[in-house]
Structures are given as structure tokens and as C-alpha cells.
Design a protein around this ligand. Structure first.
Ligand code: IVH
Length: 693
């Protein structure tokens, strides 16, 4: 065989370097700078080179390994069986080619492929985790790391509610594998809060899940609502089930979260249909998926088929088109946020990302911009997912090649009202101080006010906010309630029906409860959760307006900085004037009778802990019912716990509860408590039976 060409060898070296750097950023820093598509392209190019010139191949090549060394801050754990990677198929054609190869292989092994079954599962874009149980006790949780050695993150995983501490009827040894993920809605809230606090935003839910699991303080992990989907069994002693689908069923029955839409198929056609079904649902799920994993169901065939390099032959990942893309950032421009922060966003060379053309993307805040060092003229990686605004993840620094690119600085004057901007001491933000006079801030305020989760006025979005302000139909939020159908009908593209509908929606929004109205006001730092806490704590807007900082920090989750900001905002005449005008228009500025009743509800001051899998209710539903009746739900048992509600496969919490003498309830006992003590029909409503698998 001839020597590999120098050019090919150089290129292979360069590709290995780029892949190693990409792995490091992805696995170790949780901060990738290239998208999956670019990564796959690099890896494929290297594979092709190595295939054409086998001399270039080495066991050290990333084509032979799963990326990412462990971080070194945690104890290292050697996986009893390597955690493998998956071969990719991009769409139906490549999947069918994989299936043909599978058949051929089975034939060479003298196995009759007639009985072949497949299992399809969502490919969760989270953090791969291995959970080890000894005699039913959760003893160790580890990340994948390089597939052979991972990190011991047991303490952090113990704070994830959906990971059982104990399982009943357990085999001697059991390793469960799954993907920890950050629910999308919670991720959006987390990033909003981080952006407001001047902290770097996470690029996507995957990175926030990884960042949350791989940090040293379990209290931080506990404060974040991580969840898990379990997708398989690794090593085991005493539980040899014949098929993968039986394993998933077993896991579901023993308290592990297994996705209820996992299904088995008899033919490749069925698999294709299912993958297209998943792709359609992709954006409506509360967890990110980047494809579908298809596995041969029969475990005996796994052993026969074996592994090629780092990829098992019995499974394949049907990958969806990437949600990331690379493009040129032409210019950084500044917008003003609803509380005056100047916010950078990127004007991009238009680029296609999963079916949508993207030409602008957010850069979150000043701090984020500086940390990422994004410059005008950079090639950047952008991502979009569902209804989340496209965002710039990172510049491709290696593509700058000596070009002198300009950094963007916040402007000296507000881009909307031209007021000189200021950067208060101790703040990471430059702001427009024209709080209630800046049309930019008013526009953002109206946009937030009508949005979903706030006053939720259907048919009133960004466009309408802009138009009604520009046409002088409204001056601010209060003006919305003076709009008439006749006024709207004067506008282009507003017919009688659409005008009447919008007015009806506006009317309906007058009924929204105090906590929501408080959130809709968009006070600095007051997100949804804080607004509810303030409403519950103070009961009326007067009480809140009159409260000093010391009284405000008494509300759950409000710290001194937020309290000071709130104090300042509520001392502002313009804010008080707006509140007054909204009140004149009939909006609620105090808790209603029924909301108050909950305050002194039947379970007021009672503290509950939930453990194990309940029969009819999910833990979330049980928790919501308890809270509705005035009770509190906490994560761990203490002397202050009044009740523990234990379902199937309860965790160690039950033993602890018995130790400290906490009263133990089953689901029926809980329902009785809620019903008997007058939680009312609504409080005790039981959803139709149906447990998660
Ligand atoms: S099976 C050898 N099932 O995808 C089998 N993996 O690209 C590999 N993943 O490391 C695991 N959802 O982190 C499997 N339903 C699923 C999955 C899944 C997500 C991840 C997992 C794995 C990676 C492989």
C-alpha cells in the first residue's frame, strides 16, 4: 500500500485537532462552538480519509472513541460496560440502508432475520447518565465521560426527584441508563432569570442540564427542576430479561421514568412512520430531542451483532435536521428591554435552520456578549428551537484568520429615545434611565403585558403592540382596556369579526388573578414565580406598595437586591399612576376570596413529602393538589414534616419518615384528607387512570 499523501495526513491531523477541541468544549465546558451538523461533517470527513488511507487510522483517533474526558473535579468511575455511541441515519433512505446491512449481517451469522422486531425511542438531547443499584439501593450515579470512565455525580443525582432512591423486587445488581434533561419551559425561565441577573445564559437545555449535574454544590442542582428519561439497562445480576421492550416495561413498573411513546415495530415501514411522527411533534415536547433511536428488540441479537468501533450494530440514531447553523454576523445592534436594559442582538446573513430562515438572533445581554467575545463580521453558530428566539451560541474564532473585527459596545444614547445611557455602579448593564418615558420600554412593557403567561390576550402580540402604539391608539398597558371595536375596524386588515374577537379577548383578560396581573406589570426582576409569591404574601397591592425592604424580603424567594429594586420601582410616580389606571379599568390588585381561602386552606401549615410512584396521580398532580389546599411540599423529611405520601417503590425517605414518626399516607389517604377536609370537588379531582410506563 502506498504512503498516505502528505496533504491527507495534514488534513487528518487538522480534523482530529478540531474534533478534539469540539469534544472538549461540548463535554468539559458545556459550551460547544460548533453545531452537530458541523461536528458530524468533520467526523465523516475524517472517517472517509481513514477509510481511503488506512495508514492514517490509529486507536487514538476520535473515530474510534466517544468524545470527552472526565473533568477531574469529581471522582472517576469506570463503567462496568462501556457507554457506547450510535451510528447516525439521516432520514428514511439511510435508515433503510442500515436495516439492509443489519439483515445481511444476520444472514452471515446464520440467523433467520424473519422475527426481527424494533423498538423506537425519542433520542433525548440531554446528559447521558448511568445509575447503579445494589440490592435495590441507589449507590452510584455517573456521567458518560469518555464512555469508559465517567464522573461520580451521585450527590447531584440524588436531588433529581424522578430518580428513585430505592426499588422493590430488585435484582442484586442493576445499572439503569438514561438521559437527564432540563424541561424546556423551565429552561426558558432559567435563562430569562440569568439574563436579568446579568449571568451568562445557557446555550440550550442540554448544556444547562450538564452544567447543573456537573457542578459541585448539590443545593444548586436541587434548586433546578431536572428530570430524566430512562432508556435501558447496562450491567445486571439477577434480571435477565429477553428483550429490550421487556426491560423498559420492567423499569417503568419499578418507578423509573420511561417515555410513554416508546413503541415496538414489526417492520422498517412502521419505524419510518414513527420517526416522521416524532419529527412532527419535536417542537411541541417539553424536552429536546434530536432524533429517534431505533434498537433491535431481541437482546440475544445484541450479543451476536456486536459493536463496530464505538457504535453497536443493533441500534441506530435517526437524526433530525440540525437546529443549529453557521452564518456571518453582519452587525450587532441594540434594543431596549422592558426595564431599560440595553440588549444586544445580531443581524445575520440569512440562514436556513430546520425549515425557517433566520436573519436576527439574540445575544442575551451585555455580559454574555463580552464573555462570548462575539464580534461584528464573525462567523457564528446560531441555534433555534421551537418558539425560543434564535440565539448566537458562539463565534468560530478559528475562522477569523487575521481579520480585524470590531467589538460592539453599548451605545452612549438610547437607540429608541436618545436619552444618554448610564451604567449604574455594581451593575453589569447599561440602561436607558427614561423608565416610563422611553417608547422602547413602553413597547416591551406592552408586549410582555399581553403575552402568554401574563394577561394572555390571544390575537395581541408584538405586531399589534407596535401598531397600536405607533398609531396612537394606546399610550401604554392601561390604554388596551379603552380600545373599542370601532377603533380597530378603522385599521387596515381589521374586519368586524377580528376586531370584535380581540375586544372580547381583552375583556376576558380583566378576570386574570392578582398574581398574574403583578407578573404582567413586568417589574424589574419579578418573574412569574416571584410575582405569585409576592401576591400570596401581601394579598393586596397596597400592602406591597407600603412594605419596606425588610418586609419585602419576607416573601418567599425575594432577596435584598430584588427588594431594593422593587421598592424603587413602586416609589416611582409613573408606576403608581399606571397601577392606578389599570385598577380603574377593573384589573385585580388583590387576592380573590377563593385564593384567600387557600391561604387558610384545609391543609394550611401542613408539610408533605412525596415518595415513590403513586397509583393514579403523578407526583406533580399530587403536589399541585396539596398546594391548592394550602399545604407545602418539600423534598426531604425532617421533624417538621407532617405527612409522607408513599407510593410504589418508595425511596429511603419512607424509612426516614418512619424513624422520625411522620404520619404515612398512601394515595387514597391523601385523597381522603383533601376530600374529607373540604378541598372541594375540584381539589380532589382524579385524572383518568393511566400511569406512566
Ligand atoms: S441508547 C448504544 N437510547 O444518545 C446505545 N441513547 O448518541 C446508546 N441518547 O450516549 C444509548 N436518547 O446519551 C439511547 N433513547 C435513547 C437515547 C440515547 C438519547 C443519547 C445517549 C447516548 C447518545 C448516543
Amino acid at each position: 500500500m502506498s504512503e498516505p499523501g502528505a496533504a491527507a495526513a495534514d488534513r487528518a491531523d487538522e480534523l482530529r485537532r478540531l474534533i478534539a477541541e469540539a469534544n472538549r468544549r461540548y463535554y468539559e465546558l458545556d459550551d460547544p462552538d460548533i453545531g452537530d451538523d458541523t461536528y458530524d461533517a468533520l467526523l465523516n470527513e475524517l472517517r472517509a480519509l481513514e477509510e481511503a488511507e488506512p495508514e492514517l487510522r490509529s486507536s487514538e483517533s476520535p473515530t474510534q472513541k466517544v468524545g470527552g474526558r472526565p473533568l477531574g473535579r469529581f471522582e472517576q468511575v469506570r463503567h462496568a460496560e462501556p457507554m457506547l455511541s450510535l451510528a447516525n441515519a439521516r432520514g428514511a433512505e439511510e435508515f433503510r440502508a442500515w436495516e439492509t446491512r443489519l439483515h445481511n449481517r444476520l444472514r452471515t451469522l446464520d440467523i433467520e432475520p424473519g422475527e426481527l422486531r424494533f423498538v423506537s425511542e425519542p433520542k433525548i438531547d440531554g446528559l447521558a447518565i448511568s445509575l447503579t443499584y445494589e440490592d435495590g439501593e441507589f449507590v452510584r450515579g455517573a456521567t458518560r465521560g469518555d464512555g469508559v470512565i465517567g464522573e461520580d455525580v451521585t450527590h447531584n443525582l440524588r436531588t433529581v426527584e424522578d430518580i428513585p432512591e430505592r426499588i422493590d423486587d430488585a435484582p442484586e445488581l442493576l445499572e439503569v441508563r438514561g438521559e437527564v434533561y432540563y424541561p424546556r419551559a423551565a429552561f426558558r425561565r432559567l435563562n430569562e432569570a440569568r439574563a436579568e441577573a446579568g449571568e451568562p445564559a445557557f446555550a440550550n437545555p442540554r448544556n444547562s442540564a450538564a452544567g447543573t449535574i456537573r457542578q459541585l454544590d448539590p443545593a444548586v442542582t436541587a434548586s433546578r427542576p431536572l428530570s430524566i428519561w430512562c432508556y435501558g439497562i447496562g450491567v445486571q445480576r439477577g434480571l435477565d430479561l429477553g428483550s429490550h421492550s421487556e426491560e423498559l416495561g420492567w423499569l417503568g413498573r419499578h418507578g423509573f421514568k420511561v417515555n410513554e411513546d416508546v413503541s415496538t415495530h414489526e417492520s422498517a415501514d412502521q419505524v419510518v412512520e414513527r420517526c416522521l411522527w416524532w419529527e412532527q411533534r419535536r417542537e411541541s415536547l417539553d424536552f429536546e430531542i434530536d432524533g429517534v433511536v431505533i434498537k433491535v428488540d431481541q437482546r440475544s441479537l445484541w450479543r451476536e451483532l456486536g459493536v463496530a468501533g464505538r457504535e453497536p450494530r443493533w441500534a441506530v440514531a435517526w437524526k433530525f435536521p440540525p437546529m443549529t447553523a453557521t452564518t456571518t454576523l453582519n452587525k450587532i445592534v441594540w434594543n431596549v428591554g422592558r426595564t431599560g436594559h440595553l440588549l444586544p442582538f445580531a443581524m445575520l446573513e440569512p440562514v436556513h435552520v430546520s425549515g425557517v430562515t433566520v436573519s436576527t438572533a439574540t445575544l442575551h445581554n451585555e455580559e454574555d456578549l463580552e464573555r462570548k467575545d462575539v464580534r461584528q463580521g464573525d462567523e457564528v453558530v446560531i441555534t433555534r428551537a421551537g418558539d425560543v428566539i434564535p440565539q448566537v451560541i458562539a463565534p468560530l474564532v478559528q475562522r477569523r484568520k487575521g481579520k480585524r473585527l470590531r467589538r460592539a459596545r453599548p451605545p452612549k444614547r438610547c437607540p429608541v429615545c436618545d436619552t444618554p445611557t448610564v451604567k449604574p455602579p455594581d451593575s453589569v448593564f447599561t440602561i436607558c434611565p427614561n423608565r416610563r418615558g422611553c417608547p422602547g420600554q413602553t413597547f416591551q412593557g406592552v408586549k410582555h403585558f399581553v403575552s402568554r403567561g401574563a394577561m394572555d390576550i390571544e390575537g395581541f402580540g408584538e405586531k399589534q403592540a407596535y401598531r397600536f402604539l405607533a398609531e396612537g391608539l394606546i399610550r401604554d398597558q392601561a390604554g388596551i382596556y379603552d380600545l373599542t371595536s370601532e377603533q380597530l375596524q378603522q385599521l387596515d386588515r381589521f374586519g368586524e369579526t377580528s376586531a370584535n374577537n380581540l375586544i372580547a379577548e381583552i375583556e376576558r383578560s380583566r378576570e386574570r388573578p392578582f398574581g398574574i396581573v403583578l407578573y404582567a406589570l413586568g417589574l424589574p426582576g419579578i418573574g412569574y414565580v416571584n410575582a405569585q409569591a409576592l401576591a400570596q404574601h401581601f394579598g393586596t397591592i397596597e400592602a406591597l406598595i407600603e412594605a419596606d425592604e425588610e418586609a419585602i424580603v419576607e416573601a418567599e424567594g425575594i432577596g435584598p437586591i430584588l427588594a431594593a429594586q422593587l421598592r424603587e420601582e413602586l416609589a416611582d410616580e409613573a408606576t403608581l399612576d399606571l397601577i392606578g389606571r389599570l385598577r380603574e379599568r377593573g384589573l385585580s390588585f388583590e387576592l380573590s376570596e377563593s385564593e384567600r381561602r387557600q391561604e387558610g386552606g384545609p391543609l394550611a401549615d401542613k408539610t408533605f413529602v412525596l415518595t415513590g410512584t403513586l397509583g393514579e396521580l403523578t407526583r406533580e398532580q399530587a403536589s399541585a393538589m396539596i398546594k391548592r389546599a394550602g399545604g407545602k411540599v418539600t423534598g426531604s423529611i425532617s421533624k417538621k414534616t407532617d405527612y409522607i405520601v408513599a407510593g410504589d417503590s418508595p425511596g429511603t425517605k419512607l424509612a426516614k419518615a418512619e424513624e422520625v414518626g411522620t404520619e404515612v399516607l398512601d394515595e387514597a389517604g391523601l385523597l381522603e384528607l383533601l376530600g374529607a377536609e373540604g378541598a372541594g370537588a375540584e381539589g380532589a379531582k382524579v385524572p383518568p387512570p393511566g400511569r406512566r410506563r
